[in-house]
Design a binder for this molecule. Sequence first.
Ligand code: FAD
Length: 309
Amino acid sequence: MMSDLVTRWAQRDRVREAAMSTSAARDLVARYVAGQDLDDLIPVLISLIDKGLLVSVGYLGDHVNTLEQAAANKDVYLTIVRRLSDEGISSSSELSLRLSRLGQRLGAEGRHFALGAARTICRAASNAGVLVTVDMGDYELVEPTLRAWEQLHQDIPAVGVTVQAALHRTQRDLSDLAMPGRRIRLCKGVFREPKQVAFRNRHEIDLAFVRDLRMLMNSQVIALVASHDPRMISIAEELIRRTGRPPESYEFQMLHGVRPMEQRRLADVGYRSRVLVPFGPGWYDYYTQRLAERPANAALFARSLFGKR
Ligand SMILES: Cc1cc2nc3c(=O)[nH]c(=O)nc-3n(C[C@H](O)[C@H](O)[C@H](O)COP(=O)(O)OP(=O)(O)OC[C@H]3O[C@@H](n4cnc5c(N)ncnc54)[C@H](O)[C@@H]3O)c2cc1C
């Protein structure tokens, strides 16, 4: 598949090194990633909020191999929360919390640490008026993430969780999860999982997304519709009209730099429209994921690296 080719190409050492050192490449990346530290991030958030959008912050840390690294990431998340509060933008902000950055992959001890750290972060965020939605990792993390989320949610009911339409299990998960007032984010799923557990064909994933979306819109959850797909968005708008949902019971969410005009349109017609803004040292892997979703951009990226300057 084209997207697999793009991912393999982008992961070559020569491409990675060129991307790190070429300013034209960094300019392209800046469309999707708000720099490496909080001083880069905050002006991007403020400019989106000034345009009537809500924001979500995604921290792109390096891979976590030790509990010390997990602890350092916990501190980063707490610093983000403090900074959102100091800047007076808490009420427009959400934190997209990735449990693998807190040690979730480091065995039983790591999972224990991740839950404790996530609890501290969620409490700090709740005290500061910042929402939290837990991201979903690859298939092996789904069960531990849902179990951890249950505990976080018991403590702080506003903490949301992400589900991936591509997984066979998601319909079943949603029948347990879709309780009144819970914040549930529906995305297609970024990971390519084996066919035993996931739909792999685009059309099947889209059908699953629509089934899940209907379920969310017909329940009393706060539905977070995380997609850039024009068809999924118009189906969501139609379901909103048909169900007569109150405006605070759903929102649209997209990634920074992807379909920014559509993000604005949704806000302009009066929907809650939230932009997930990633930042941090792990920007390269994130950017190559966006390239794999949109292989046409890979050619532009390659020219910025290796074309005449
Ligand atoms: C807020 C948010 C949170 C997310 N959280 C998670 C998570 O926790 N776990 C997880 O696995 N995945 C997560 N994702 C990623 C998601 O699963 C998809 O990989 C990603 O959003 C692409 O899927 P899509 O629904 O936009 O549809 P796609 O089928 O990828 O794209 C459909 C259409 O959208 C438009 N489009 C898509 N990408 C681009 C682009 N780069 N530039 C221009 N147009 C584009 C095009 O019109 C395209 O035809 C999240 C996504 C968002 C927006």
